[in-house]
Design a protein around this ligand. Structure first.
Ligand code: ARG
Length: 456
């Protein structure tokens, strides 16, 4: 038996029934569905659809369903179709005729999108909280590693020396932008659909502002057709989730490379690594590889929803039922990704000795060019001169910082004794006090500003 079978002369085919059912996954919305129904019942009571007694009966019934669900005492039946139908059936079993009145002036079209918006608000907020935890870990690392100088890379070729903390802080600011993307997604999500009915607006003039206040929405939708069709907030949410995944995968990639024997810059804690079933010596950075790998899934879920939505006319079509699984999947996986990354960062061992050994004196080439510029040469000329010196070093198999001053003067007579002052990693760092640079003061400044942001 279906709630809608009045006009049908035979039941759905069993295959059609399981094809159409969404209860297996949309049961995740039970809490939101019940909150929405409680608010709807109160709104109906205010306009006289329910007596006070019936309204309390319905609300008690709904609360008891949720409690039973949480205690594993609810069995859904095959004919339940989706969570909305299931809750209504269970309610009617408990509250009798009063339960049958609950769907007055409401459609599953405005109901499902109310539930989904409530759920998405919660999901976005939870992801934001986990982002903040990760940011705190990043700041902690940045404070801890302030003395460590690493080669900064472009093309995975050593480029210029930077503070490891500067690298960590780059992650912080990226996460800060992800947080503001979450904030935008929350604004798009935070609109009450209930009262939109199937598409034309409810036939009962309920107080929608009161429903919004009860459910914690800060706005009431302006247009019922827009509201029952709208999935833009979900697309935006999945796009932010994908963006976070993609960006985390880049940091994961760096750390994977840095943890190789060839680099040896970092070592993952045993608790966040795994072994090989065959090679006893192996310790693999699977935590980071999965973080990198999950980005494909997160992007896939965005693409999945975008492709489903493309070309659907207004207003509701059953295609839209496909919107929930990508949301649940992305939320669940991204939560794990963020939590695992936070632990990996906090338990990472930095191999300062290995990093020091690896720093290539050629990294000072830009500073040497800057030196000539300070002595009056144009940067283009200086670049050429230092380029020639580098060529000479390669040819003569000599380190850049080991060339005698006399030899340097063959390339330019602007070189003086003071060039030696450049030959320290600390000096190269100290030269970059520009705002946003890797100089100690600049990085400490970044950390202070970040810490202040975290206080807000
Ligand atoms: N289970 C449906 C969904 O998730 C609920 C809405 C059904 N509406 C309808 N007109 N068939 O989209």
């Amino acid at each position: 038996m279906k709630m809608w079978d009045g006009r049908f002369s035979k039941p759905s085919d069993a295959l059609m029934e399981s094809f159409n059912n969404s209860i297996s996954f949309d049961k995740a919305l039970i809490e939101e569905d019940i909150a929405g129904s409680i608010a709807w019942a109160s709104a109906l009571q205010k306009i006289g659809v329910f007596s006070e007694a019936d309204c309390s009966k319905v609300i008690d019934g709904l609360n008891s369903i949720l409690e039973d669900y949480k205690n594993g005492r609810i069995n859904f039946s095959r004919s339940d179709e989706d969570i909305h139908m299931a809750v209504e059936r269970l309610l009617t079993e408990r509250a009798g005729e009063a339960g049958e009145r609950l769907h007055t002036g409401r459609s599953r079209n405005d109901q499902v999108i109310t539930d989904t918006r409530l759920y998405t608000k919660k999901a976005l907020t939870n992801i934001k909280d986990s982002l903040i935890e990760l940011q705190k870990a990043v700041v902690e690392r940045a404070r801890l590693d302030l003395q460590i100088i690493i080669p900064g890379f472009t093309h995975y070729q050593q480029a210029q020396p930077v503070l490891l903390s500067h690298y960590w802080m780059s992650f912080f600011w990226l996460l800060e932008r992800e947080k503001s993307r979450i904030h935008h997604a929350l604004i798009s999500t935070d609109i009450l659909p209930l009262g939109s009915g199937a598409l034309a607006g409810s036939g009962f003039a309920v107080d929608r502002d009161a429903i919004a206040a009860e459910l914690g929405f800060s706005k009431v939708s302006e247009n019922s057709m827009d509201m029952v069709s709208s999935r833009d907030f979900l697309l935006e949410t999945l796009s932010v989730f994908a963006s976070i995944g993609i960006h985390l995968s880049r940091y994961a990639e760096d750390l994977i490379v840095w943890s190789t024997r060839e680099f040896g810059f970092v070592e993952l804690d045993d608790a966040w690594s795994t072994g090989s079933s065959m090679m006893p010596q192996k310790k693999n950075p699977d935590s980071l590889e999965l973080i990198r790998g999950k980005s494909g899934r997160l992007l896939g879920n965005y693409t999945r929803l975008a492709t489903t939505l493309k070309g659907i006319g207004l207003t509701y079509f059953k295609d839209l039922q496909e919107d929930k699984e990508p949301l649940f999947d992305s939320e669940h996986n991204l939560q794990m990704v963020l939590k695992v990354f936070t632990h990996v960062l906090l338990t990472l061992t930095i191999r300062e000795d290995r990093i020091k050994q690896d720093l290539d004196p050629f990294l000072l080439a830009t500073d040497m060019a800057d030196y000539l510029v300070r002595k009056g040469m144009s940067f283009r000329q200086a670049h050429k001169v230092i380029g020639r010196i580098v060529g000479y070093c390669v040819e003569a198999d000599i380190e850049l910082t080991k060339i005698p001053l006399k030899k340097l003067r063959d390339f330019s007579d602007l070189f003086g004794e003071d060039v030696m002052l450049l030959y320290s990693w600390e000096q190269a760092i100290a030269n970059r006090t520009v705002k946003g640079g890797t100089g100690w003061e600049s990085v400490k400044d970044q950390i202070d500003r970040a810490a202040a942001l975290m206080q807000k």
